[in-house]
Ligand binder design. Sequence first.
Ligand code: ATP
Ligand code: MG
Length: 195
Amino acid sequence: MKALGIMGGTFDPIHYGHLVTAEAARYAFGLERVIFVPAAHPPHKEGRRISLTNDRYLMTVLATMTNPAFEVSQVEIERGGPSYTIETMRHFRSRHPEADLHFITGGDAILEICTWEQSPDLFKMCQFIAATRPGYPLGALEGLRETLGDAAFRRIHRLEVPALAISSSEIRRRVAAGQPVKYLLPESVENYITK
Ligand code: ATP
Ligand code: MG
């Protein structure tokens, strides 16, 4: 059974925190591929200004180009409207009926999981890889055991990744303030932003 990784995000812009996490998950869980899925309209980021979908998609393509195991899907972009992970996982489930699907998230996103649309159904469809992210200790995960129940909770796997306190918000703040973003994200993405 082939194992596939799905990494959802806004990627505004994509940075080394996303890439290191995806690569660590690929290696640790023997994933054949990691598919990056830029969100069209992240429901939890409603009311916030987000860069054009096309720009976020292109930056994600540029950033993943040097890794043969990485690819980018336009499924949420083409679907439009609010980007619900459950619908995205149904899409990959129907395309890869035999695959063992792994949804890759940072420690912050996994804690929000209970607020997601239809999260109980989501837990039946895939495994979760929760990566350490500075500022979001994975110890807080224990709190989910009661909410989710044992069976679903066992589908969450912790992954230690080298701590990178990088976020897209901080990169946007730096770009706006004219501060350097070099070495926080791939050079191709930095050049795209400058251009
Ligand atoms: P923003 O600051 O705009 O929220 P972000 O850096 O959190 O951006 P997202 O696109 O929101 O990036 O994140 C997509 C996924 O990547 C989420 O699951 C998030 O937890 C994870 N992620 C983001 N940055 C890191 C990081 N530095 N280490 C581990 N995981 C990360
Ligand atoms: Mg975020």
